[in-house]
Write a protein that binds this ligand. Structure first.
Ligand code: MG
Length: 249
């Protein structure tokens, strides 16, 4: 099922997307369906309690940066306030002169969990979608740790929908395009730690809650965005996340 979060008739609710129509899933909104997609306002898919990200999780990206493969996943957080949906603008902050895209596969958690095994992880996952781990590269290098660089409002586009049928994740193609030109292309089979292993590892540290998002790292080819650019993250079967870059006012 392709799941989206919408605003319609004064209400916010989840709906299933099929043939450009939205079928409301919330009881109070069922009466409205099906609603043509063009009539609803799309909202960011999730309101997470946290976004957990992994740095350096593609072998080819580690080679590109001439870095050793980490012994254990290197984790960092993005704040919930950085999330936007497809079609919303990424705001280029005045504080940075070097903002990068990082196209990534995102896991959306469905159930609370702690200390789950990789084998049981799928039972706690709600679905998968595309994400862009937007990063102020100059501030990441300057600060030596990543909080400021990764945390600006609008720096975590997620979408276009949550795919809840996810049997074949092992070898999906991920592409990032800037103004229609391919900049990143990778296979999820190149990941060092699989999404299920990541859920297990993270849940051994912190309790994961429904709606929490895990960004699983980026393939090679990260690079610069400029105001006026349109960036797309496309993953096989998961649709295309599209955002424009605008200057901070
Ligand atoms: Mg990243």
């Amino acid at each position: 099922m392709k799941l989206i979060r919408v605003f319609y008739n004064g209400k916010t609710f989840y709906g299933a997307l099929a043939d450009q129509k939205v079928y409301p899933l919330d009881k109070e909104a069922k009466q409205y369906g099906p609603i043509p997609l063009r009539d609803i306002q799309l909202l960011p898919l999730v309101v997470p309690s946290k976004i957990i990200c992994v740095g350096l999780n593609y072998k080819a990206h580690a080679r590109e940066l001439n870095m050793d493969i980490p012994e254990e996943p290197i984790l960092f957080l993005k704040p919930p306030s950085s999330v936007i949906g497809t079609g919303e603008d990424i705001v280029y902050p005045k504080m940075s002169k070097n903002v990068h895209y990082e196209g990534e596969l995102a896991v959306v958690m469905g159930k609370q969990c702690k200390n789950v095994s990789p084998k049981d992880a799928p039972d706690y996952i709600f679905g998968f979608t595309c994400a862009n781990d937007v990063t102020a590269r100059d501030l990441q290098q300057k600060d030596g740790q990543w909080t400021r660089a990764k945390s600006f409002d609008t720096f975590c586009p997620v979408g276009p929908w949550i795919e809840t049928d996810f049997r074949d994740l092992d070898d999906l193609t991920l592409k990032t395009m800037v103004n229609g030109e391919i900049r990143q292309e990778g296979q999820t089979s190149d990941m060092i730690v699989t999404p299920f292993e990541l859920v297990s590892f993270i849940s051994s540290i912190m309790t994961l809650l429904p709606g929490d998002v895990i960004l699983t790292g980026t393939p090679p080819g990260v690079g610069e965005l400029k105001p006026g650019d349109e960036v797309q993250v496309e993953i096989e079967g998961l649709g295309t996340l599209i955002n424009k870059v605008v200057e901070e006012e």
